[in-house]
Design a protein around this ligand. Structure first.
Ligand code: NAD
Length: 321
């Protein structure tokens, strides 16, 4: 079996490879070729840590395995990332352990790839202004992946903790785009595409603020109780997601579903749009909303691509097992 360290993942994983792997696995999920197993996530009663597993199997891409890890809030004081994860890949023909792949950088790339896939398939082709709600670790990756999809000229951004916008501005300017700090209502009035990636539990964007034609990728809500946008916005937008079962339970749609404002049947898997079996955007005035909840198959698909690339380039450690 091979070991691909965090450092090696950073060396071999390109944003394009992450995008292609995630787009392909969303398509496989929608065809019924790939499925996620039930997620386990538990507070372990030690170090305030949340720990769990996300696993699945992709029969088309032949990825079998799990991502194990979670959140250790005290890690930053030790000079470590609070989010920690490792991907285990198994040989689907024999069940033998095939690869251990560092999951931290990979998680950022696969999460950014998901919103980028949604922008490719759902945003208006003439989108010029990107609205960014959030300025944490993930936001930088989100912007880098988004600019690959449309000819964005400017990023308008808001964050609860304004001092974090300095770092985001640097990322945007380095990409050759203009950057402006704005209030949330102005952000909604000016952006053609909006990405939300925060740890919020209340609506940051209201339905009345959103212009016709906007595409919104809600990426922060991945747990019961979290929320980033007004439930009435969710109820009026055309809804797309990575996995409907997660969207209605832990995703942005959970609140509109709980209030009976949305029916699960009205949420389209993005894979159906990729495969051409569902229409994506059907009019320039439509508001589209992608509920990106994060599925284990994204991790496995990207980890498989990483393991293959690291092995081909002679960069993976080979371990007798
Ligand atoms: P981070 O800790 O680096 O940043 C958190 C961000 O949320 C910051 O912008 C912060 O200012 C903002 N924030 C915190 N509390 C807030 C509040 N009450 N109201 C508004 N904003 C608030 O985290 P990160 O790594 O950038 O991740 C951001 C979110 O994305 C997390 O909630 C994480 O769980 C989620 N996430 C989702 C996926 C997915 O696949 N959907 C993957 C990874 C992370």
């Amino acid at each position: 079996m091979i070991v691909v360290s965090e450092e090696c993942v950073r060396a071999v994983l390109s944003e394009d490879d992450g995008f292609n792997a995630v787009e392909a696995v969303f398509a496989a999920m929608a065809r019924g070729d790939a499925y996620n197993f039930p997620v386990i996530r538990e507070a372990i009663g030690y170090q305030d840590a949340l720990y769990g597993f996300k696993s699945g199997f992709d029969r088309a891409g032949l990825s079998l395995g799990l991502k194990s890890g979670g959140y250790w809030p005290g890690n930053d004081k030790k000079g470590l990332t609070n989010h920690q994860s490792t991907v285990f890949l198994f040989d689907p023909d024999t069940g033998q352990l095939a690869a251990l792949v560092g999951g931290n950088y990979l998680t950022a790339i696969r999460t950014a790839a998901a919103s980028s896939v949604s922008i490719k398939h759902l945003a208006r082709s003439d989108a010029k202004t990107l609205g960014m709600v959030g300025a944490g670790h993930q936001s930088h990756f989100q912007i880098k992946a988004a600019v690959a999809q449309r000819a964005f000229e400017k990023v308008v951004a808001w964050n609860l903790h304004p001092e974090m916008l300095d770092g985001l501005e640097k990322t945007v300017v380095d990409l050759g785009l203009a950057f402006e700090r704005v209030e949330r209502e102005e952000l909604a009035a000016r952006a053609d595409v909006i990405i939300t990636i925060t740890s919020c539990h209340e609506p940051l964007l209201m339905k009345e603020w959103i212009r016709p034609g906007t595409h919104i990728a809600c990426m922060g809500t991945d747990t019961k109780g979290k929320m980033e946008v007004d439930r009435h916005l969710v109820a009026t937008a055309s809804l797309f997601t990575d996995e409907v079962a997660q969207s209605v339970t832990i995703g942005e749609a959970q609140h509109a579903i709980a209030d009976g404002l949305v029916d699960a049947a009205s949420i389209t898997p993005i894979g159906d749009v990729i495969n051409g079996s569902s229409a994506g955007r059907v009019s320039p005035d439509q508001i589209t909303l992608f509920d990106g909840t994060g599925v284990g198959l994204q991790d496995l698909a990207v980890a498989s691509a990483v393991a293959k690339s690291a092995a081909e380039r002679g960069l993976a450690q080979i371990v007798e097992w």
